[in-house]
Ligand binder design. Sequence first.
Ligand SMILES: [Zn+2]
Length: 846
Amino acid sequence: MQRHLLGLILGLFLSLQAFAQEEYFFPGEKFDPAIPSPSQFLGYPIGDWHTRYDLIVKYFEKLDQLSETAKLQTIGYTHEHRPKVILTIASSANMANLEQIRQKQLQLADPSQAMPDVASMPSIIHLGYGVHGNEPSSAEAAMLTAYWIMAAQSDLAKNIRANAVIHIDPTLNPDGRDRHSLWANSNKGFPAVADPLDREHNEAWPGGRTNHYWFDLNRDWLPLAHPESQVKVAWYHQWYPNVTTDFHEMGTNSTYFFEPTKPYGSENPVVPRKNYDDINPRFAKYFAKYMDQIGSLYWTKEVFDNSYPGYGSTYPDIHGGLGLVFETASSRGHIQSSQRGDITFAFTIRNHVVNSLATMEASIDNREYMHDYLREFFQSAVAEGAKDPAKNYVFGDEFDESRNRLFVQFLLDHKIKVYENTADLNLGGQSFKKGKSWVVPTSQPQYRMVRTMFEFEKEFADSVFYDASAWTMAAAYGMPFVAAPTAKAGNLVSEVKANSHTFPEGKAYAYLIDWSDYYAPKMLFELQKAGIHVESVHRPFSSQTQDGKVDFSAGTLMIPMGFQKMGTDEVTSKIKQLAAANSQKVYAVQTGLNLSGIDLGSNLVSAVQHPEVIMLVGTGVNSYEAGEIWNLLDQHLGMPITKVNMEQFGRVNLHAYNTLILPSGNYSSLSEGQINHLKDWVNRGGTIISMKNASLWLNRIGITNEEAVKLEGEKEPSSLPFNTRNDFEGAKEVGGSIYLAELDLTHPIAYGYHRKTLPVYRNTDIFIKPSSDKYLTPIKYTANPHLGGYISKTNLEKLKQSAGVVISSAGQGRVVHFFDSPNFRGTWFGTNKLFLNAIFHGNNMD
Ligand SMILES: [Zn+2]
């Protein structure tokens, strides 16, 4: 009884507190008491804690159970197996017709179908929150917004329920969200500490911004390197929302940002001007009105970027909708002092709540207008595509089935129409074989995404970039491609199946596996893991195989059957099984005497080292780059890699490993003793793979001695106006652009490559001269290397004189320096093999 009374009192106290809460977020609003507010459900006022992701999902499950106006769906899982959920809210009438509403929206977005009557169609609004896990106000705002839509009794709320279907993605990055929430909650003081220097406000490396593999998911709408983005974009194409939001946080001393973004300079080149000139200003009026009402400061236009197509606020702009980025000042923690006094978590949440409401009001006020625009967008895309002189793009790499398959699937994931190529073509010095190449016509609804995949941009309104200034995805995939106006499209491609290769019957003297396929390194690693002895042939040769005479390139794998520890049958069946699993073609030979070139027992054939790889991570290391490497080895190779924190390096015995990866970073915290151990290990044969500025550190500690490029007569103005600093300094950065590199095809770093040139991605202004050893600069740049993206004239000059990859000998060991980004954003499939060659063949590189 007493307990019951206590419970009653406590309950009353909580609901009073919750009432006060609702007043703060929704002044004057009345709510349906049958729907619990987030604070009633969670038992604490919103803003007191960083709500765990599972509780956010639980609250949405509750809303789903309580009312037919809400429906929760799990659309996939994150790397750490958190569910990716979408809560859909609409009137009961619209909920009963949800599938018809969706079909009509698809009809609207498809210009080949009759125009539906948009007067009766609800607005489709997609409210996305929290792509950056350590920008936590957004997910709390998502719960409050869901509650308001379902339970608020105002005319506006009723109007929105009747005229919109709202999809809420409460957390685009659940894994990062929980990483950050745990940090903020577990370091919270009682009373809370506002001092910015407190541990609560300063997360440990790598922080919660990114996903499991330390990727920024607000760059992944285009690359689709992760399940979080794959399911999100698949969902997007099921609905073509009219409006999509993306809620963020910025510095504690800032105020609030909403679109429009910076005119011209930060706009995407394929988005129609109407989006920037007309739609954005229409919506901005609503954001301003709502923010004025609560007296919150804000700004527009100055810096935020909308050019890179992989942002959550740009991808919708390339799909006939409106993508909106919002940024609030961050309390990063529960309360933090700023130039305007203490910023509370609740304050930051309220900023996003009011802009969620403003977005919905603007959307229904512009309901038919946005529907008409959706149709107009795709109609004009087909029309503009028909006028594009390219007419078609043809692509395909005759040497690499897997990479072809990955790229075709990638285009299909973005709903680009791809057709079979019906004839052999020779264009622009490249050959495209029927059956191994494909045709993408420009005249199609996804024309603007076709441009995103195949066009290089070099002209820009601005020279300061928030992010990448080039994203030509065909180049990222290393795809030979060309504009081919006369190409004949065959059948429409709807899926891409891996080829199955017949395994050679009978006994073999040795098996041979070509190294050109994207998954050849995975096959090699799995063979090694299975205990099979594998060698690499370091020169080209021809052999008599089950298919007759076949020419093989340097880097071909050779499995000599006379040198295996296991029995012949066991080895053969294992090879057969792995070849099928990885879609690799295996050749059998009956003799070591080759038809031409070196023989299989040559001194130029050697065992492939079994990679034992360790990578330095932690404070000071570029977590994005480290994450790209971790993701590549885990997800594409199935290779375990030891990630050791800088602080633990003193405990590492490097002699247990053969390869050390140093991502870009600051290594000055390593002690003299640790550096001596590193030097000793390299001198005895270790391989360091060093990225960009890690190479500058290796130079400083004397392991290498490579020289920076200096231009003659290079000098800067001695004095400039104060307010030009950002633009002047920003213009010198290489934010991310694409260049044509030239490969030494005889060097092991280029094993598996067949063309002398290769597009590479570069986002550093470190320019290092070719090696003083004339054999050790396997990757340089062509005479006119600039393919796409922004670079200053001076930097381009320096780039032309610099190297992409340099090898430095160091005693018995060596350093392989990468100055480009071969694994950028998990999407540079075309250059991954350069990096993997360094892992498997590093010991043969100098
Ligand atoms: Zn953000």
